[in-house]
Write a protein that binds this ligand. Structure first.
Ligand code: ATP
Length: 344
């Protein structure tokens, strides 16, 4: 029996996770779900962000964490979000940020003449290094001579494990193409490490075509010919940008899901969107990203059939316009949840 920690979080996070939980309970009633009261309300109440005892329980007792969103105008420092999200990412060493770019309904893409058969990509974004380690500093801050430095970190271990994850994913699914993207023409040191590591790992997978594109070219190609890509592997910063571009190709942020994964360990799954304070409490948040995220989590937990059923139900809702207003529909968050359950 798998154990899942549920963290609805802030704003629309709680609204969309409620629908994801209904789907989970319907499809997989044997899962043990435990809710955790973490987020802005909790922080404002007693100052707790990610208490040590909670972190240790997640690490030792759970298989997955299902998170809504974190961010609240009452906590301008966003300290609770940083502690919970970045804290689990680094402390649990969730080195894979897996974000699908998968178009389910041709009408939802911003690209004309592209359908679901053209846009079906899995992005492997490195999740623990690059420009996100906080290394660097400022000197003579606030003066005309100010200097600021952000250090870009790439380690052999870090690059190799994300590249291996991408190839393993392709091999397991019978896919034939992996594209690595960097900026090694300008960033010669980290780029060189990515290039060498990618070539070495690719040599172990002779049946898979290994290609490379500079990230600026990848941005253009994703829009021009997304059907070229099956699996993309890239660094933390480039992955962040490329997957947001991908979210729009597949129909918007309300449909984008993600997993922060360390194979074999507790991993964290979250919709890509934020807490959206502007629509919180109105009952119009789109729950489909959260529900697709639940599907990814079920696949991670060894239930690919349940993932496929969720994708089919979401596709059904999209095609029938059983969607929230930002996708042109008239349904509430709850009503989309009802429509999904009816299809499931
Ligand atoms: P953050 O800074 O945490 O990312 P955010 O919620 O303001 O916060 P986005 O998630 O990028 O940022 O969302 C931008 C806007 O898109 C939101 O303000 C909201 O209007 C809309 N939006 C985001 N997610 C959804 C959703 N699930 N359903 C409907 N609208 C959404």
């Amino acid at each position: 029996m798998s154990r899942i920690a549920i963290v609805p979080g802030d704003g629309i996070g709680a609204e969309v996770i409620a629908e994801g939980v209904r789907v989970l309970q319907h499809l997989a009633p044997d899962l043990a779900l435990e809710h955790f009261d973490l987020g802005a309300d909790r922080y404002l109440r007693d100052g707790a962000t990610l208490p040590d005892d909670v972190f240790v329980r997640w690490r030792d007792e759970f298989d997955a964490i299902y998170l809504g969103a974190l961010g609240d105008p009452r906590v301008p420092s966003n300290v609770h979000a940083k502690d919970i999200l970045l804290g689990s990412r680094f402390r649990l060493d969730l080195f894979i940020n897996q974000r699908p770019i998968k178009l389910l309904d041709a009408r939802r893409s911003v690209l004309k003449d592209k359908g679901p058969q053209d846009i079906d990509i899995m992005v492997f974004r490195e999740n623990t290094e690059d420009l996100y380690t906080g290394m660097g500093g400022t000197f003579k801050e606030g003066t005309p001579d100010e200097v600021a430095q952000e250090v870009c970190i790439a380690t052999r271990k870090g690059v190799e494990r994300i590249v291996r994850a991408a190839f393993a994913y392709a091999a397991e699914r019978g896919l034939s193409r992996v594209c690595m993207s960097d900026k090694s023409n300008a960033m010669r040191h980290t780029g060189g490490l990515w290039q060498r590591t990618f070539r070495e790992v690719a040599a172990e997978y002779p049946g898979i075509e290994a290609s490379h594109l500079y990230v600026d070219v990848l941005a253009m190609e994703l829009v021009r010919a997304p059907e070229r890509f099956q699996v993309i592997v890239t660094s933390n910063l480039f992955g962040d940008i490329i997957t947001d571009l991908g979210a729009i190709l597949q129909g918007g942020i309300g449909l984008a899901c993600s997993g922060n994964i360390h194979p074999g360990r507790v991993s964290l799954f979250e919709p890509v969107h934020g807490s959206a304070p502007d629509i919180t409490g109105k009952g119009i948040a789109n729950p489909l990203a959260a529900v697709l995220t639940a599907g990814m989590m079920l696949e991670f937990l060894g239930r690919p059939d349940d993932h496929a059923r969720i994708q089919a139900a979401v596709r059904g809702c999209l095609l029938a316009d059983e969607v929230t207003p930002e996708l042109g529909g008239t349904l509430s968050t709850r009503a989309v949840g009802d429509a999904l359950l009816a299809r499931l």
